[in-house]
Design a protein around this ligand. Structure first.
Ligand code: AMO
Length: 460
């Protein structure tokens, strides 16, 4: 059995950022690229944090293949898994994919641990830099195309967003939950629900953890969940996926939806600051600028938004949207433009959507029951969140369900929650791919989904 001391070195490989000139080092990684010169050449070694330059000198560096026989740099295939022994030297690397541009490694020995089984490898350089390489090609070969520094940088930022989300909520008394994705009823209504056979019964893939996070409030007061959500979107757009990651939050004992909006503002601020401090390298590489978060995010009612846009952008709109129950995509773009110009904010809250266009669990506004106490949060021209206050009384649920022609008997377990007592509560869900694409300025969310599922794609 391995001793704990050995395990320690396995658990945490040393970060390349800690390498200093003069040190003797041993490291392992995959060959991203090689360049042969008269005197030797270079290997770009791929590590989780980026690439590192290895310098080969023909008269000094010994390279051996899987069998232990000496080979030339020319014979070293890209995507070989190798072990390197060498000395760290100071350098000044220009490659933005570099994990630490202050150093390179002068290799004494390179040992091939495992070489690929083909010489017909996917050309990562063209994937990264050639705008003509189609997204379809990249996605068809995603299992390999993810290995280039650009995609790796995208998904490192992704991981930091998720970490910051969980960190902030945990620090603020929220308990992380994991709810089922095979469910008896769609929570959000509408036709975009996937149904499937479950031992002869018709069941669904969860459109959101809505019911379960509300149930979670009855237990823990404050809960969050990070999990896939499923939507049978028939349209192939740059902002819809059939499976996306939903960052869900639900909080009990709220005074109103303002509490929920304040929580989300502070949460986003924390996420932005964390990405800023931990992903400076990735942001520079991707030429991304994080969104501007003002002290207070501007808030407009939906009806007010239609009016503002008619007043300021009538010439830019295809039609007059006043009286409509939702924001048109062109309005999402224009109200964000307005928020940026007037409030220096890349975010804007839109509130008071009509009850007829929100899910049944949304609390109706006592001042005007045709409206709900609910909101959307837009960032850089796109909706990233829906949220609001929920109904917390069983009678109100039943009344609203019956009005909508829904059958309360289909929601027995959900209603039992409220019959047994619930505090006033509310919450929201952020689409992970939507915030990541917005942070990085990558318009198509398929590019920021690890293995996107759309109407034509279920593999890889
Ligand atoms: P909603 O249906 O608005 O609300 O979804 C919340 C957020 O999830 C993201 N999202 C999507 N992302 C990619 N592809 C899709 N097909 C897709 N659909 C939704 C968006 C959206 O703002 N239960 C409520 C949330 C709540 O009130 O707590 C809900 O699911 O970023």
């Amino acid at each position: 059995m391995a001793s704990k001391i050995e395990l320690k070195s396995l658990v945490k490989p040393r970060s390349l950022k800690t390498f200093t000139p003069g040190e003797t080092v041993q490291l392992q990684g995959m060959v991203f690229n090689t360049r042969v010169t008269k005197w030797g050449g270079f290997i770009l070694l791929r590590k989780p944090e980026g690439v590192v330059q290895i310098v080969i000198q023909n008269d000094k560096t010994v390279i051996t293949d899987e069998k232990g026989e000496a080979i030339t740099l020319n014979a070293l295939s890209r995507e070989s898994a190798i072990a390197v022994d060498g000395v760290v030297n100071a350098s000044n690397i220009k490659d933005p994919a570099s994990a630490n541009n202050q150093i390179e490694i002068a290799a004494d020995a390179i040992r091939v641990i495992s070489a690929p089984s083909t010489t017909d490898l996917i050309d990562q350089n063209s994937i990264q830099f050639d705008p003509d390489t189609s997204l379809a090609f990249k996605l068809d070969h995603r299992q390999v195309t993810l290995r280039n520094p650009r995609d790796m940088a995208i998904f490192r930022v992704n991981a930091v967003i998720v970490k910051a989300f969980a960190e902030f909520l945990t620090a603020n008394g929220f308990t992380q939950i994991f709810s089922p994705k095979i469910v008896a009823e769609g929570a959000e209504g509408g036709a975009n629900v996937f149904s499937m056979d479950y031992f002869g019964k018709n069941v669904y893939l969860a459109q959101s953890p809505q019911f379960y996070k509300q149930i979670g409030v009855g237990v823990f007061e404050r809960v969050f969940e990070i999990a896939p959500a499923y939507r049978a979107e028939r349209h192939n757009t740059s902002r819809h996926l059939n499976e996306y990651i939903s960052l869900d939050v639900e909080m009990g004992f709220i005074k109103g939806q303002e509490d929920v909006m304040l929580l989300e503002s502070c949460l986003l601020e924390h996420i932005i600051r964390t990405v800023e401090s931990e992903c400076a390298h990735e942001l520079a590489f991707l030429k991304a600028e994080l969104p501007k978060m003002p002290h207070t995010i501007p808030v407009f009612r939906l009806s007010e938004t239609h009016e503002i846009l008619m007043q300021h952008y009538a010439d830019k709109m295809s039609m007059d949207h006043r009286g409509e129950p939702d924001l048109a995509p062109e309005e999402e773009v224009l109200i964000c433009d307005y928020a940026l110009k007037e409030f220096d904010s890349d975010f804007v809250f839109i509130t008071h959507f009509p009850s007829s266009h929100r899910a049944f669990y949304a609390m109706d506004d006592p001042d005007d029951p045709t409206l709900t106490i609910s909101y959307d949060l837009l960032m850089r021209g796109r909706e990233i969140t829906s949220g609001g206050q929920r109904i917390h009384k069983e009678e109100q649920y039943i009344e609203k369900m019956l009005k909508r022609g829904m059958h309360p008997e289909n929601f027995k377990f959900y209603l039992e929650t409220f019959r047994n007592g619930m505090p006033p509560h509310g919450g929201f869900a952020i689409g992970l791919e939507r915030i990541l694409s917005g942070f990085l300025g990558i318009p198509n969310i398929k590019e920021v989904s690890l293995f996107p599922r759309d109407i034509n794609r279920v593999a890889p």
